[in-house]
Design a binder for this molecule. Structure first.
Ligand SMILES: [Zn+2]
Length: 233
């Protein structure tokens, strides 16, 4: 049976505005100009650093293992920065041009830098970030395997429910086989930034709903005719 990949979103935050400390400029200019079609001057763009995702169990009872964070870190440069995950309506606001893994005491996070051109149209966007009004971010990505933290099986095929306790352990799932980093977004403050889309890029579901649907699909017996259809009438 072919199991569909998940397309999830995870919230992060803007860490700050990168000025131009001496010594960093040359490396920064080189990294940005790898993406530009003509050499840019430092005054032409703003640079922001994001805390995009990390290795801790989050409120959806999921986490990235460190090796998947390494993959995300490798895949993020070259991806667009959008507003509110709007893949259809508007053009990107910025471009992720480099990324590094940040090791805290227990927390490992992916921290990419993004540049935004100082065009007239981006003026308000940049001002709102610099002013601390736009500070929530969200990453859109796809992955194949939700591994159960209790038994190690594909969560769709076992009986454990994320968030529920089993002995002294609370079930969470480990997101493995990250396939793609789709985009990073600036989202409005207070937004959950956590739409969940199993297999498609529309109709976001809650995490639990997405997993439940996938689990039901996996366990569903093959039926030629659904008896429920007739019982309703
Ligand atoms: Zn399990």
């Amino acid at each position: 049976m072919e199991l569909e990949p998940f397309v999830f979103r995870r919230s992060g935050r803007l860490l700050g505005v990168r000025g131009a400390p001496d010594g960093e400029d040359a490396a920064l200019m080189e990294a940005v100009n790898r993406y530009a079609l003509r050499p840019l001057g430092r005054e032409e763009f703003a640079v922001f650093t994001l805390d995009l995702c990390h290795n801790q169990v989050d409120r959806h009872f999921s986490r990235f293992p460190e090796e998947e964070l390494e993959r995300i870190n490798d895949m993020t440069p070259g991806r667009p920065l959008l507003e509110r995950h709007d893949l259809r309506g508007s053009l990107p606001r910025g471009m992720f041009f480099r990324s590094s893994l940040h090791h805290g005491e227990e927390r490992v996070s992916v921290r990419p830098d993004v540049y935004v051109m100082r065009t007239v149209e981006n003026g308000d966007f940049i001002t709102n970030i610099e002013g601390g009004v736009y500070r929530e971010t969200s990453i859109g990505f796809s992955f194949r395997l939700p591994e159960c933290g209790i038994c190690g099986k594909d969560l769709r095929t076992c009986e454990h429910i994320p968030g529920r306790s089993y002995g002294d352990k609370t079930c969470h799932f480990i997101m493995r086989d990250v396939m793609e980093v789709i985009e990073g977004s600036v989202v409005s403050s207070g937004s959950q930034g956590t739409g969940f889309v199993p297999g498609a890029r529309s109709a976001p579901l809650e995490a639990r709903a997405a997993l439940t649907a996938a689990r039901e699909q996996f366990h569903q017996p093959i039926e030629l005719c659904s008896p429920g259809l007739w019982a309703e009438e």
